[in-house]
Design a protein around this ligand. Structure first.
Ligand SMILES: Cc1cc2nc3c(=O)[nH]c(=O)nc-3n(C[C@H](O)[C@H](O)[C@H](O)COP(=O)(O)O)c2cc1C
Length: 201
């Protein structure tokens, strides 16, 4: 697939087909995405993949934590946001509203959906070793960009998931990730459901 076309077309998927992603396809995805540039070639990202039954159990744990703690998707801001950012946030609401399942408030859909990786068959957790300062998060952002585009090129849908970082302790425990790793972002990966209205907005 043409790269520029992929950049133009790609959108986050929030509904997935009940179809696993073959291991070879996932391996190809990571091989392509980790071609991303990184400062001094450090490649500071660490990627954990959870699939199948383990992924379902993992999602249930995160959804439970989210409900217990009332954590909600937010902008991660230290102060009230200027209006132009609020306007962009409204953009997400506006594109999502027409595709929401009936009687499901937007915030509930996003919060529960995020913790469930929107039903995708695979979930990715990206961590970085504590040895690095926050400046290296730039490299993580770049690999996330590569991941979503490479996935699109392979016919896969993705949705980056920041909300789950609120449950970093539970994630480390469940996935045997060491205390020295910071959970930076997650991602839903699977075959996007083209017929689900949420993917058509
Ligand atoms: C770092 C990051 C964290 C995100 N976290 C979430 C999330 O927790 N839940 C969610 O539904 N979408 C999440 N998104 C997806 C954004 O909402 C989405 O990329 C944005 O609205 C633009 O839409 P598009 O990806 O379809 O172009 C995240 C995206 C990024 C880059």
């Amino acid at each position: 697939m043409d790269l520029l076309k992929a950049m133009e077309e790609r959108r986050s998927s929030r509904a997935f087909l009940d179809k696993p992603v073959d291991r070879e396809v996932l391996e190809k995805l990571f091989r392509l995405a980790t071609q991303a540039p990184s400062a001094i070639n450090l490649q500071p990202w660490e990627i954990t993949v959870v699939s199948g039954e383990e992924k379902k159990r993992f999602s249930r744990l995160l959804v439970k934590r989210m409900k217990e703690t009332n954590v909600s998707c937010g902008p991660g801001a230290n102060r009230p946001l200027p209006e132009h950012f609020i306007e962009r946030q409204r953009g997400l609401l506006n594109v999502t509203l027409p595709g929401l399942p009936e009687n499901t408030p937007f915030q509930d859909f996003i919060n529960e959906g995020s913790c469930n990786f929107y039903g995708a068959p695979s979930a990715i957790i990206i961590t970085i070793d504590e040895v690095f300062s926050s400046i290296r998060l730039a490299d993580i952002g770049i690999v996330v960009g590569y991941l979503v585009l490479a996935a699109h090129g392979l016919g896969l849908g993705t949705c980056p998931i920041g909300l789950i970082t609120a449950f970093d302790d539970a994630i480390r425990e469940e996935l045997n990730i060491s205390e020295e790793k910071q959970v930076v972002v997650g991602m839903a990966v699977g075959y996007g459901d083209p017929d689900d209205p949420i993917n058509q907005t």
